[in-house]
Design a protein around this ligand. Structure first.
Ligand code: CP
Ligand code: NVA
Length: 305
């Protein structure tokens, strides 16, 4: 049976840990097998991307496969062809498809009609490849202690935040989330995270107080306040100002705190330039790890059959 990776809950905790451990081996050059030899995958994107597109294209090439980049405007679907027909057609040519789109529902519909693995490369609701990779970055840093550290997400309750809730549940992590009133993460993703926490022993604490979330944290994570396809509203920026990751907020965290950002960053909004540069090495290692984790994910999805 072909496996999709539309949401983090599409894999089990055991499978998640296996992917993380495989990423560790792949990064260290201990596994350089060409798992995609003879396979062709497409990247179907409706939104811009630097990291996700390039890391997937490089990952596919390094695994011996071929990739095709499809910008939605260049497909007949942009002229009104039924998405279900696009999905059924592309399934006949390709071995897998990686999709970035504005609508999670659209991605689910595509996956329903496809009989090849569909990988979510970001939607309005979720960014599972990002959080899987971020958890690998933390595993690399904290090892098995990962389950005991305090991770704080501060900022907008967006697709990245939603996926962190599920990631905490899947891997049994201690996650604190601080978002302003009116900008909370999705209740569906929160519930999915909570349900998984009951199995894995993780915990999720939601608050509107950024200081409480960051207090004695080992990791502070943030993301942009205006995501792709969202309109910029002054009212939202104002509400998020107390959640800016700056020196003052970070002074509440542990002295050895690690700061993470999925990128792209809007310096001066969710993070100050000073803090960004001080933690730049960690943030760019986080970006690099997208490549290794996605190779491990592709290995997982394409060695199942
Ligand atoms: N973090 C991330 O997904 O970056 P891109 O938008 O550049 O792909
Ligand atoms: N929340 C951001 C993440 C970018 C990787 C967005 O959706 O634009």
């Amino acid at each position: 049976m072909d496996r999709n990776f539309v949401d983090l809950w599409d894999i089990s905790p055991e499978e998640g840990w296996q992917i993380i451990k495989d990423a560790y081996e792949i990064k260290r050059g201990l596994d350089s097998k060409r798992y995609l030899e003879g396979r062709t995958l497409a990247l179907y994107f409706t939104k811009p991307s630097t990291r996700t597109r390039v890391s997937f294209e490089v990952a596919i090439a390094q695994l011996g496969g071929a990739s095709i980049f499809l910008q939605e405007e260049s497909l007949q679907v942009a002229r009104g062809e039924d998405l279900r027909d696009t999905s059924r057609t592309l399934s006949r040519y390709l071995d897998g498809i990686i999709i970035r789109t504005d609508s999670h529902k659209k991605l689910q519909e595509f996956a329903q009609y496809s009989n090849i693995p569909v990988i979510n490369a970001l939607t309005d609701m979720a960014h599972p490849c990002q959080i899987l990779s971020d958890i690998f970055t933390l595993y690399e840093t904290f090892g098995e202690d990962l389950r005991n550290i305090k991770i704080a997400y501060v900022g907008d309750g967006n697709n990245v935040c939603n996926t962190w809730l599920v990631g905490a549940g899947l891997f049994g992590l201690k996650l604190f989330v601080a978002t302003p009133e009116g900008y909370e993460p999705s209740s569906l993703y929160y519930q999915a995270g909570e349900d998984l926490c009951k199995i894995t022993g993780g915990s999720i604490y939601l608050t509107t107080n950024p200081i409480e979330a960051v207090k004695e944290a080992h990791v502070v994570y943030t993301d942009v306040w205006v995501s792709m396809n969202q309109n910029r509203k002054d009212e939202k920026i104002q509400a998020l100002m107390p959640y800016q990751v700056n020196r003052e907020l970070l002074s509440n965290a542990l002295p050895e705190v690690k700061v993470m950002h999925c990128l792209p960053a809007k310096k001066g909004e969710e993070i100050t330039e000073e803090v960004f540069e001080a933690y730049g090495d960690f943030i760019f290692n986080q970006a690099e790890n997208r490549l290794h984790t996605q190779k491990a994910l592709l290995k997982f999805l394409f060695t199942q059959r």
